[in-house]
Write a protein that binds this ligand. Structure first.
Ligand code: SF4
Length: 290
């Protein structure tokens, strides 16, 4: 397989066949993200992508993920060609996933997305990070909440599963509470099929790290981060069932819950942990990772 650079995938695609279609990220400006720093974004040669799909067809897999960041930015026809070829060469494939940023989703019409769904695109991973406008501006996310909401509505209208991620700590101590409350409300309004909270990790090749070193960004402590998690869940009034997780390796406390049903139990657990401030129930620092 022809993998170039840092190839990442969502945790839930751990058992999927990864086919790299693009290299890097078409946005590549988020100030906390070091994954593709130093790479220019480009679309790989279609013949190479198809050679990888041919090679992958030797293996048994039912899910595939098209990497890297933001494959959805490709023209619909090109993406349809890749997805259709992948399913022709491996008819066992039940679900194909991609990362899609807000801009890429909004460039597609609902009809485009439906065509992609019918071809096999089953899930779009949409990193929103925060529901707070000031936070999104500071981190250079390139999309404000109303645009993220519009994008989420399109994906849902097309019948494609929507998985969104948010970042604990991304507002720093200064915007911690506003970030958490607005993010909870925003997730509630969008009501994705899946939502995950990750925790900010300060990576040396990022602008956020430089701000941290300069003292202009301060990360909440472990319990401050858990308080954010609590506020998010408290304010997340979903309109349909949502599977919520905080079991990513970056987090201090793993949670798996179906909202709204499990909300009261999760809040009770978080209150216990926040009340006791018992660090022994949290993931040790050396076991955290991206
Ligand atoms: S967080 Fe996502 S959209 Fe932002 S630069 Fe990194 S890969 Fe690109």
């Amino acid at each position: 397989m022809d993998y170039v650079g840092n190839v990442i995938r969502p945790p839930s695609e751990a058992y999927s066949m990864i086919i790299q279609v693009t290299v890097g990220c078409s946005h590549n400006q988020c100030n906390f993200c070091g994954t593709y720093k130093g790479y220019g974004f480009y679309v790989k040669d279609i013949d190479q992508v198809k050679r990888d799909i041919d090679e992958a067809a030797r293996y048994k897999f039912t899910r595939a993920f098209l990497a890297d960041g933001d494959v959805l930015i490709l023209p619909t026809e090109k993406l349809l060609d890749i997805i259709t070829y992948l399913r022709e060469r491996n008819p066992r494939v039940e679900r194909i996933g991609v990362y899609g940023n807000t801009k890429a989703i909004l460039k597609k019409t609902v009809e485009d997305l439906k065509l992609l769904r019918d071809a096999g695109l089953g899930i779009i991973y949409h990193g929103i990070e925060s529901g707070n406008k000031e936070v999104l501006k500071r981190i250079k996310k390139g999309a404000y909440p109303h645009k993220q909401l519009e994008a989420a509505e399109k994906v849902k209208a097309a019948g494609i599963q929507l998985s969104q991620t948010v970042l604990l700590g991304i507002g720093g101590t200064e915007l911690s509470e506003a970030h958490a409350i607005d993010t909870g409300k925003h997730l509630g309004a969008m009501s994705p099929d899946f939502a995950s909270a990750l925790t900010v990790m300060l990576l040396p090749n990022t602008g956020l790290y430089r701000d941290f070193k300069a003292g202009s960004f301060r990360l909440p402590d472990k319990f401050g981060l858990l308080r954010e998690l609590r506020l998010i869940i408290e304010h997340m009034d979903v309109t349909r069932e949502c599977f919520f997780t905080s079991n990513h390796a970056s987090n201090y406390l793993p949670i798996r819950a179906t909202l709204p049903g499990d909300r009261a139990a999760v809040l009770r657990l978080l209150d216990q942990v926040l009340g006791s401030r018992d660090e022994s129930v949290l993931k040790p620092e050396h076991m955290r990772a991206l």
